[in-house]
Design a protein around this ligand. Structure first.
Ligand SMILES: [Fe+2]
Ligand SMILES: [Fe+2]
Length: 290
């Protein structure tokens, strides 16, 4: 499974979706009306926040000291939801983990939340000082590049990355020391795998251009994404150096599959990447992703 011993290991936790239901009608104008109904009807039943601390204990017990969080910390970008997310991230840090984050579309759910810079205000201590994209170095020397792929929308859940941001990201990839690189965003760069399909209203605009740029970077690239709430591990059919990983939502109950939470463990070796899904059923199980 691992041809050479890993130089770095990391955890990928995503789509935690802390939620609070807003009852004040003034806070329900705009898209939040839809989002609030969704929280009231679905999120509150299926995202079990009471597991967050125990699951964080389990993640820390893996002994891995790097965690990348793939966005959608909140459900409708409320201050109260961000406060819960900030406490959760501080808790990971207190457990000894180095915490890296990118935003999800639910973290900029309304234009008002973006104007108020709620993500930046609440999670400032975890955001790269110069903003996104940013490159950090993992303890074994692997470059990790963090990318923002999100924007508010009136109705849809589409993401965005500009040509200039793609160029900046590619410059960070190419400027890193030789070897494998990890790039983390919120939106997948492909729209269909064996385990999920993303309709146009939930896709990243410009995904094709971003994928082509990473695929032609001339080095092994692992692209981490959330958003689809499902595991997948895909060797890019067109770009042999590019691999795609999506991770299921951290606290999501899926009664039909008898799962109640999930995250990914990934390893970087000199010659590429390996990954394992961690899923909570009656207990935590760890299985290779392939
Ligand atoms: Fe999500
Ligand atoms: Fe999302």
């Amino acid at each position: 499974m691992e041809a050479t011993s890993p130089v770095d290991r990391l955890l990928h936790i995503t789509d935690v979706h802390f939620w609070r239901i807003a009852y004040n009608p003034l806070r329900l104008m705009n898209k939040r009306f839809l989002g609030n109904a969704n929280v009231a009807l679905r999120r509150s039943r299926h995202v079990h926040l009471e597991h967050a601390e125990a699951f964080a204990d389990h993640a820390a017990a893996t002994g891995i000291r790097t965690v990348v969080l793939g966005g959608d910390f909140t459900s409708t970008a409320l201050d109260e939801e961000f406060a819960l997310a900030a406490d959760f991230l501080r808790g990971l840090r207190e457990r000894g983990l180095n915490v890296h984050i990118v935003p999800g579309n639910h973290d900029c759910y309304t234009f008002e939340a973006v104007r108020a810079r709620r993500f930046e205000q609440h999670l400032a201590e975890f955001i790269p000082p110069g903003g996104y994209p940013a490159r950090v170095e993992l303890p074994g020397g692997t470059p990790l590049i963090l990318v923002s792929t999100v924007c508010p929308n009136v109705v849809t859940s589409r993401g965005r990355i500009t040509d200039a941001e793609i160029a900046d990201t590619l410059a960070l990839v190419k400027g890193a020391p030789p070897g494998p690189v990890i790039v983390a965003g919120h939106y997948p760069l492909v729209h269909r795998t064996e385990t999920w399909h993303s309709p146009p209203a939930r896709q990243l605009r410009n995904a094709r251009t971003f994928r082509a740029a990473l695929g032609a970077a001339g080095r092994p690239v692992l692209y981490l994404a959330g958003h689809v709430h499902r595991f997948s591990w895909l060797d890019d059919p067109e770009y042999p150096d590019l691999r795609h990983l999506t991770t299921a939502a951290f606290l999501l109950h899926r009664p039909r599959e008898a799962t109640a939470g999930a995250f990914t463990e990934a390893a970087v070796c000199a010659d590429g990447f390996s990954a394992w899904r961690h899923e909570y059923r009656d207990a935590w199980r760890r299985e290779p992703l392939a």
